[in-house]
Write a protein that binds this ligand. Structure first.
Ligand SMILES: [Zn+2]
Length: 187
């Protein structure tokens, strides 16, 4: 009986705040869960400065996903330098392989912009060959003089949406410990 009464108390304790939480949630939406992607840039020794800068740009421009160097563990994506044209093989959900190709550098394209562009593919952005320098994903359709290495507003919004796993609060009764608890889960 004691367990049952505590369970009922738990149900009330869960339900009553939820009613109030609707108003609170409207006034102050919960911060989205931040996804951190780890990268391994050991295969691109000639691009280290540009990778650092491109990562700084992305981390400053978006919030729902952040980039950090992998430290011994498994990397979500890799950056490798090649003699060919830059390309990315996205694996979905922030994974994949980036090839930082020297051929585009030889043709005059900016290394930091190339790097930020390829990371954009990892973050789920497609190419957009609109020729605009302000569009990061315009790639080589923009002139070689273009050094913009930040996503524009629409590109930022798309990446935020790609990594916008909304949070919900799950309230549950734990029969083993005879206690009610809440946990936060990504939906
Ligand atoms: Zn591209």
């Amino acid at each position: 009986v004691r367990t049952i009464s505590r369970f009922l108390f738990c149900v009330l304790a869960i339900l009553l705040p939820l009613v109030g939480a609707q108003a609170v949630a409207a006034a102050a939406p919960a911060a989205p869960m931040v996804k951190t992607l780890h990268y391994d840039a050991s295969g691109a020794p000639a691009w280290q400065d540009e990778i650092t800068k491109a990562v700084q740009n992305w981390n400053a421009d978006v919030h729902n996903v952040q980039l950090a160097a992998a430290t011994g563990g498994q990397a979500d994506f890799t950056l490798t330098e090649t003699t060919g044209w830059p390309q990315t093989m996205p694996g979905g959900n922030g994974t994949g392989q980036i090839e930082l190709g020297q051929q585009a550098v030889d043709e005059g394209f900016d290394k930091t912009r190339i790097t930020a562009h390829e990371i954009g593919h990892i973050l789920g952005l497609p190419d957009n060959r609109d020729g605009q320098c302000s569009t990061l994903m315009s790639g080589h359709s923009a002139p070689t003089s273009c050094k913009v290495a930040d996503p524009n507003a629409a590109e930022r919004a798309q990446v935020e949406q790609n990594f916008s796993g909304a949070l919900r609060t799950v309230a549950a009764w734990d029969g083993t410990y005879g206690d009610c608890f809440t946990e936060r889960a990504s939906v």
